[in-house]
Design a protein around this ligand. Structure first.
Ligand SMILES: Nc1ncnc2c1ncn2[C@@H]1O[C@H](COP(=O)(O)OP(=O)(O)OP(=O)(O)O)[C@@H](O)[C@H]1O
Length: 875
């Protein structure tokens, strides 16, 4: 260990000066690294304007901080070193760290942070210095932080805020530059100033640790499986992408682009999702479907499309070593859209169902899943009767597994045991028990014109039984897919526009690989070819054909590996078919044949220790196959045809690629296994794609398209000019720098972001035009409205006057009539009242009269009586 006490300051200083000089010189590194993107600086991609005298990647802590506590002990353990250095070591395969992978120093407050948790590295000259200062032991791995401060006269005062903490020996050629802090966790790997594996790994890790699982790698979306719920989905998020409120990398963004391109270019699109088993392809496909359903929903069919996943997963997924819910089939879901952009149907194509099963899976509620399945079967309108038949077949497959055999002779020939297994299976399958028992234990061979029945040995009988179960299951699966397709069939309004989502099994390698793994990996090689074709070959061919200046980017072409599978007559598939036609063919004879014909092929390896084994290697240890164990003659050929058709279909679409990455094999959240991630990134050539995308011209348009789209931006009349002159005039008008584009024979090629700038100008101009049009149209409309209003008011006044006059006359007449009527009525009432009064007066008079008469009568009577009384009285 080197300490301040052991090293006199002058020696240390001169040695450090020497070392820092070396580091300064290394600042001119790296020659092989492409220059920073010559795009317009954005807030994210802008590099620091002032450069330090140390490379950005070097971290040396403060020498001038007197309070820096001396190290208690040298930091030796790997755990204490920053993650990035460890990652870089593994990547480069060098025992010690990578210079460039250390981080630009953050200015540390010695009072707050321990100065011992960062690392610096030295190269060979630093090593010499160390040897000098510490004696002869070059393996010393640290120098102290408590070196005496250097003063400004030393000439590198700007470095005085740093001190070396730990020394890691690195061969110079393994030193890679790190990116400045400002580029930490960028959205698109294109933005990295230094594009190397450690930087890419670090960037992805940085994002992954913040739950930003999506990153763009130029035109490709890299999706790292979080193995946990992340809050990146849902209606709000969908709306944000639909309304273009965000442009962060996301599956939604890819689906949105595909949809818009389909509508704009009237061309079918495809979203090709690839990655290893368990990398998240199926989930990603579902997320893309959800977005498209939200975008093109409304007809109700989108719900059916979404429900299909549940049916397909129930019948086609299984637990494997790599994934608890592994799709054991590939699928292409073609979602069809009407001209309006509404989903009008869908079609599903499946590939090669691998038929193995596992009974229980942790954390899976079978009852709930079953309920969901039953609902989904109803939604896609599979009749109840058919559903029952399907479950009967499923039960038959399970009962077939219970069928056993008894050996009947010493040649190991067998007979089927007649038990519940065979009788139930026969009943469910609708065949005779005897027939089933016979067909499982014998085989027919045609010899000349005769059919000979031969008894099977135990192993052959078991194979026959399993093959029958698998074939019933496969037919059941195909039948289900057919029913789903019938239900999702597009109506007449289908315009033929579609977005196909391909979710196909990733490369597989198990301890013992079967024919299915062989086919799966073959399909993956084909897809890799498609990826290469679009992102490397076609791209570069396009540049060359159009005669533009271009430095080729090398990529690994897998054509030779594909030839190994496909070439006739000596490709693996042809040889397999040929061998299957021989009656006495075995795994061993097949393997021997392969070795005989293919040993010279670079990608083929016949294994010595096990005669019936062979290996196909390309790049990666992941792509190893051991033993092809299928004897079926036509399955391979059929699969090849299916694959070719798929490729043809994909070729007619505009592709969008999503690369799913599995961060760890434990299927756990928060674990980022750099080696595993790197292996996958290498496997799919992510770095090369980024390299092409950033050094290339990702946007291109024919002269005609360009002139039509942007020609109107020129003020002059451009009608009479040819498209190329118009295009060049537009570019000059908008000051697009010459190294931002290239003019090809037929097309214009633009660097990233350039067309965006032009489009902004176009949109602004269009908006301006729209505003003027809006004002002008508004003015015309207002004037027309006013005139119309005036005319209608005149018309209304005439009509209203006439109407009022008529109403007045009418009411006058009514009034007059009313008065006459009133007069008569009143007269009648008056008359009646008068008569009544008269009658009453008369009656009263009469009554009065009669009272008077009565009175007179009474008076007369009284007078008479009085007279009589007086007469009688004596006088
Ligand atoms: N975006 C995501 N968010 C949360 N979990 C995810 C996501 N993507 C994948 N997963 C988890 O990872 C598991 C495996 O994903 P998935 O089945 O999609 O992988 P795959 O690549 O389709 O695998 P295989 O090729 O075996 O079918 C899922 O069951 C889920 O638990």
């Amino acid at each position: 260990m080197l300490s301040a006490a052991m090293a006199p300051p002058s020696i240390v200083r001169s040695s450090l000066e020497e070392m820092l000089d070396t580091i300064k010189r290394r600042d001119e590194l790296p020659k092989d690294v492409p220059p920073a993107l010559p795009t317009r600086p954005t807030s994210k991609s802008r590099r620091p304007s002032s450069r330090r005298s140390l490379p950005v990647s070097v971290k040396i802590d403060s020498l001038s901080v007197p309070n820096c506590p001396p190290p208690k002990e040298a930091v030796k353990t790997e755990e204490k070193r920053p993650e990035r250095v460890l990652m870089a070591e593994k990547v480069s395969g060098v025992k010690s760290g990578i210079f460039g992978s250390t981080k630009l120093s953050k200015k540390m407050d010695p009072a707050e942070e321990s100065p011992y948790d960062e690392v610096a590295v030295v190269n060979d000259s630093e090593e010499k210095m160390l040897e000098r200062s510490q004696g002869s032991d070059p393996s010393v791995s640290s120098i102290p932080s408590s070196l005496p401060p250097l003063n400004e006269e030393a000439g590198w005062s700007d470095n005085a805020g740093y001190v070396l903490r730990e020394v890691v020996r690195v061969p110079t050629e393994n030193i890679l530059p790190a990116n400045p802090d400002i580029l930490e966790g960028v959205d698109d790997l294109i933005q990295l100033s230094y594009l190397n594996e450690p930087s890419v790994l670090h960037n992805l890790n940085n994002r992954f640790s913040h739950d930003m699982i999506y990153t763009k790698a130029g035109p490709v979306l890299v999706a790292i499986n979080p193995f946990k719920k992340v809050s990146l989905y849902g209606n709000d998020c969908v709306s944000a992408y639909r309304q273009k409120l965000t442009d962060r990398p996301h599956v939604y963004a890819i689906a949105d682009t595909a949809f818009n391109q389909m509508m704009r270019d009237e061309m079918d699109q495809s979203i090709i999702i690839s990655g290893e088993s368990g990398a998240g392809k199926t989930e990603t496909a579902k997320i893309a479907m959800q977005y498209l359903a939200a975008l093109g929903g409304g007809s109700g069919i989108e719900n059916e499309v979404l429900k299909t996943s549940s049916i397909l997963e129930s019948f086609g997924n299984a637990k494997t070593l790599r994934n608890d819910n592994s799709s054991r089939f590939g699928k292409l879901i073609e979602i069809r859209f009407a001209t309006s952009g509404k989903i009008c149907g869908a079609r599903i194509q499946t590939f090669l169902l691998e038929k193995s099963d596992c009974l229980t899976i942790d954390d899976v509620d079978d009852a709930r899943r079953f309920k969901m399945l039953m609902e989904a079967l109803d939604v896609v309108q599979i009749r109840k009767e058919d559903q029952r038949s399907a479950f009967a077949m499923l039960a038959a497959v399970l009962w077939l597994g219970n069928i056993s055999f008894s050996v009947i002779d010493n040649e190991n020939h067998v007979e089927t045991v007649e038990d519940e297994g065979v009788t139930t299976a026969a009943r469910l399958m609708g065949c005779g028990v005897r027939d089933l028992m016979l067909s499982l234990s014998t085989r027919k061979i045609q010899v000349g014109n005769d059919n000979i029945v031969q008894k099977l040995t135990l192993s052959k009988a078991i194979d026959a039984r399993d093959a029958l179960a698998k074939s019933i299951y496969a037919s059941l699966f195909d039948w289900l897919v057919e029913q789903i397709n019938k239900s999702l069939e597009a109506g007449k309004e289908n315009t033929g526009r579609s977005i196909s989502i391909l979710d196909i099994y990733g490369f597989e390698s198990f301890h013992k690989n079967g024919f299915e793994q062989f086919c799966i990996n073959y399909a993956n090689e084909r897809l890799q070819q498609h990826f290469n074709r679009h992102l490397f070959k076609l791209e570069q061919e396009d540049y060359t054909q159009d005669g533009i200046d271009w430095t080729r980017v090398e990529f690994e072409d897998n054509q030779e590996c594909l030839n190994l599978f496909e070439k006739k007559p000596l490709g693996l598939l042809s040889l397999l078919d040929e061998e299957s036609n021989f009656p006495k063919a075995t795994d061993l004879t097949f393997a021997t044949k392969l070795k005989q014909h293919l040993n010279s092929n670079y990608y083929f390896k016949g294994e010595r220790e096990a005669l019936s084994k062979f290996v196909i290697t390309r790049e990666s240890p992941l792509r190893r196959l051991h033993a092809a164990d299928s004897q079926k003659q036509s399955v391979g050929a059929k699969f090849k045809v299916q694959l070719f058709k798929l490729m043809q279909r994909l070729e007619n679409t505009s592709p969008h690629f999503i690369r799913c990455i599995k961060p760890n094999t434990k299927q756990l959240p928060g674990i980022y296994d750099k080696d595993l991630v790197l292996q996958q990134l290498r496997c799919c050539g992510v770095l090369e794609v980024v390299r092409i995308a950033r050094s290339g011209y990702p946007t291109r348009m024919t002269h005609q398209q360009f002139a039509k789209r942007y020609g109107f931006l020129l003020l002059e009349d451009v009608e009479s000019h040819d498209p190329l002159s118009i295009s060049v005039a537009v570019l000059q008008h908008y000051n697009i720098l010459p190294d931002m584009y290239q003019v090809g024979y037929t097309k214009l090629f633009f660097r990233t972001g350039q067309i965006g700038a032009l489009d902004d100008a176009r949109n602004q101009t269009l908006q301006g035009i729209l505003a003027i049009q809006k004002g002008f149209r508004g003015q015309i409309a207002r004037r027309a409205f006013k005139e119309l209003k005036k005319a209608s008011m005149i018309l209304q006044s005439y009509v209203r006057g006439e109407k009022a006059r008529k109403e007045f006359e009418y009411s006058l007449n009514s009034r007059r009539a009313a008065i006459v009527i009133q007069k008569h009525v009143k007269q009648r009432f008056a008359k009646r009242a008068y008569n009544d009064q008269k009658t009453a007066d008369f009656e009263q008079e009469r009554a009065h009269q009669s009272v008077l008469e009565e009175l007179e009568r009474r008076v007369f009577k009284a007078e008479t009586a009085l007279k009589q009384k007086e007469e009688k009285m004596p006088h």
